[in-house]
Design a protein around this ligand. Structure first.
Ligand SMILES: [Zn+2]
Length: 445
């Protein structure tokens, strides 16, 4: 039996108090017929409802070099479940975060639109909350300093917390952004406070969904936040994932799939309240939440109640919504394969654009290899001349498209679909067409 400590009470005691209002009954032994424990990482309720079962898949960023093609590859189940009690959609943890993130291949600064997004955020925050030279901004998962550089330019003191040492080094050497090379949680927060650090603004973009121990992470934020401090977090919105059929955003590094209502529960458990929320177009539809200490007298904006209402009306509090999604994922696979089979029978040649995690999920789930798609192109030189994990499609630079003139170019990162269609418009000169598989299979006009 696995013991998990929540609020100081072992789950062997059968009752765990996790917020002032609710008591949850936890069964003493969560094993069913020898299966491993699968309990909610937030509220410890047993998980029994499937949200999306994408079979066995390799870690999505484990691109292969040519000399690795004959070696063994690690495959793990990609099976998202939803907690019936708190509605947290989640994956199990298979690899330690240290393995995934210690040499992370993705550098945020590679995307021009993401940099603009960061710059606009900094302007908005300084305008709304008056951060200045006396404030301390701390970013969790600060990457190469892509965002903190804009606070620094405006004279606001910054500190990054970034577990990938190679990425933190770039932040320091190229942007002079100091970074602590650590995973964030209660222990890191306590060490920082002991060293005299407290946050007036504590921010994290696309990190909340990536932490395996979400309770420890949020409790750490509570510790580091100054009494009048503000937290902002951005994460892909579960409502948009379901609505737009974005099941290809499910991958192993992405442990949680979050709604506003569930995040509000998780923050309340840690003594934090959400006082505002914005909807953002990034990553197919994200939320930016604003949080403060529960005891702070910061007024709660109207948008908070509107977001709760939106999610309830959409059905996010009903378990049936999650069950229905599972079947729509399976149907997308059938339709995608149907398109590919017909195109190949007509003798068409198909290439793909964007060697991103999304593509790895989709292609591995559907079992699409070079029997359907010849290769993938990507602008990022770190990915070129390697192979997608699992399906082993080769990755080239975008110039390969003009050389081989394929009939179809499948855009894997649908979130930058317009950008790709504009940049790669030359494929139309030989009659090439763009295709996407998400939200549904579509040849684009
Ligand atoms: Zn739960």
């Amino acid at each position: 039996m696995k013991f998990q400590i929540i609020s100081g009470i072992c789950d062997g005691c059968t009752r765990v108090r996790y917020s002032s209002a609710s008591w949850y009954l936890i069964e003493a032994d969560a094993r069913i017929g020898g299966m491993p424990d699968r309990n909610c990482r937030f509220c410890n309720t047993k998980l029994s409802v499937t949200f999306a079962d994408l079979g066995m898949s390799p870690p999505s960023n484990s691109y292969l070099k040519p000399d690795q093609l004959n070696g063994m590859e690690r495959f793990y189940p990609l099976h998202a479940r939803v907690c019936e009690a708190c509605k947290l959609v989640q994956l199990e943890e298979f690899e330690s975060p240290a393995e995934i993130f210690s040499e992370y291949a993705y550098f945020s600064s590679f995307s021009a639109s993401w940099l603009k997004h960061a710059e606009r955020y900094v302007e908005m925050m300084i305008g709304r909350f008056d951060f200045d030279a006396r404030s301390q901004v701390v970013e969790i998962a600060s990457n190469d300093g892509y965002l903190l550089q804009y606070f620094k330019q405006r004279g606001v003191p910054v500190l990054g917390v970034e577990p990938a040492a190679n990425v933190a080094k770039v932040a320091l050497e190229e942007r002079r952004i100091p970074s602590l090379v650590e995973f964030f949680g209660v222990q890191t927060a306590k060490n920082m406070v002991a060293d005299g650090t407290g946050a007036d603004l504590l921010l994290g973009n696309n990190v909340l969904a990536h932490v395996p121990d979400i309770n420890d992470f949020v409790a750490g934020m509570k510790i580091l936040l100054k009494p009048d401090g503000i937290i902002t977090m951005e994460f892909p919105h579960l409502l948009r994932l379901i609505e737009q059929n974005q099941f290809d955003t499910i991958y192993h590094e992405h442990f949680s799939y979050l709604s506003f209502l569930t995040v509000e529960r998780i923050f309340a458990h840690a003594g934090l309240k959400l006082f505002d929320v914005e909807e953002l177009p990034t990553h197919g539809g994200s939320l930016r939440i604003f949080a403060a200490h529960a005891e702070s007298n910061r007024p709660v904006e109207k948008r908070v109640e509107m977001m709760r209402l939106l999610e309830r009306q959409f059905g996010l509090e009903s378990i049936e919504t999650y069950r229905v999604f599972h079947e729509s994922v399976r149907e997308t696979k059938r339709a995608f394969l149907e398109f590919l089979i017909q195109a190949k029978r007509r003798g068409s040649r198909i290439a793909a654009y964007g060697a991103a995690a999304k593509g790895n999920t989709l292609l591995n789930y559907c079992g699409v290899r070079d029997d359907f798609i010849d290769y993938v192109v990507d602008k990022n030189p770190y990915k070129q001349n390697s192979f997608l994990p699992g399906v082993h499609l080769p990755i080239y630079g975008p110039e390969k498209l003009a050389e081989t003139q394929p009939d179809y170019v499948l855009i894997l990162p649908w979130n930058i679909q317009d950008e790709v269609m504009e940049q790669m418009s030359l494929i139309r000169s030989w009659g090439g067409k763009f295709v996407v598989a998400i939200p549904k299979v579509q040849v684009l006009p």
